[in-house]
Design a protein. Structure first.
Lengths: 219, 95
């Protein structure tokens, strides 16, 4: 057997992961207490809270991909998006809520990447919940200091002539990157293009998928 | 470029809910665009009446923020800084 410590391994040969058993933290208790009081006093209901959680879980990067694909196919919408991304995405049914949205466009000379050094601000209405790494101290501190090295670790190697613009989401604005439309997609529909737009390409830590690797249905 | 509006970020370190990152304090950048006005988050966080302030998107070069340690001096960092943290200043000397 390649493994020495049989006692710590499952029948499949992997180590057991410890159960996540620990007492509620102060803030977890606070959240439960406030939620129960609000329900008891009739301010809200358990059904409303569940509906809101469902609505939050239902948001996904597909929303952002639809916005990007439309910007790629309709120049007037692209201009609207870069001028006022809150209004442009709301016009597609993606209400950004009280927060304001800024769209930044990647070009042949500029690559944008989004970070929130202070916490984890993220355009949830367009991208859903942020990935764990987006909230990590390493990503938040390193992206403003050595963005090229961070991007290279994500597989994005940028030549020297491309300017990197880091956007630190410090206050009221949220950000979405409009990646550059891949070559070889002439004549593609917005729906077909949206399939190329990944979550990471809208954070700036990735690029759209290679169109050659996507099987296109006959048009 | 001479038409840039340069601003220096204040250097003080007040306690509380502050949305000005420490790594940008004392640094000079130029206004990329002006937003708001939005309620001051430093007051909003404590439930007091929050004055509405201009929010500036300020663009800093990596050379300005990190000096000789900059990974690529001409790359930039944009951040949103509330107006009361900013004072007009001259362009930083070329590095």
């Amino acid at each position: 057997m390649p493994h020495d410590h049989h006692d710590h391994l499952s029948p499949s040969g992997h180590p057991y992961r410890p159960d996540d058993d620990h007492p509620l933290t102060y803030w977890q208790q606070m959240e439960i207490a406030i939620r129960e009081i609000l329900i008891e006093k009739g301010v809200t209901t358990a059904a409303e809270i569940n509906a809101q959680i469902d609505a939050m879980d239902a948001r996904s990067p597909a929303n952002g991909a639809a916005v990007v694909a439309r910007a790629w196919t309709e120049p007037a919408f692209r201009d609207d998006l870069l001028r006022d991304a809150s209004a442009a995405s709301a016009s597609m049914g993606f209400d950004i809520g009280p927060m304001k949205l800024i769209a930044v466009e990647n070009t042949a000379d500029v690559h944008n990447v989004i970070v929130c050094t202070l916490c984890s601000c993220y355009p949830r209405n367009l991208l859903g919940l942020p990935p764990d790494w987006y909230k990590s101290r390493a990503y938040r501190s390193r992206t403003v200091k050595e963005p090229r090295k961070v991007l290279a670790e994500f597989g994005v190697d940028l030549p020297d002539h491309v300017t990197v613009r880091v956007h630190d989401s410090t206050a009221d604005m949220r950000y979405i990157v409009v990646p550059a439309r891949p070559d070889g997609t002439d004549g593609w529909s917005a729906d077909q293009l949206a399939a190329l737009v990944t979550r990471d390409s809208m954070i700036g830590t990735g690029l759209p998928k290679d169109p050659g690797a996507i099987a296109q249905t006959p048009r | 470029m001479s038409d840039r509006r340069y601003m220096r970020v204040a250097t003080h370190m007040p306690p509380g809910h502050v949305r000005t990152p420490a790594y940008l304090r004392g640094k000079v950048g130029w206004v990329e665009r002006t937003l708001g006005p939005f309620p001051n988050p430093e007051e909003l966080a404590y439930g007091v009446t929050a004055a509405k302030l201009r929010l500036m998107r300020v663009r800093f070069t990596m050379a300005e923020v990190w000096g000789p340690d900059a990974e690529h001096p001409d790359d930039t960092i944009d951040a949103e800084i509330y107006a009361h943290w900013l004072s007009p200043t001259d362009a930083p000397h070329a590095t």
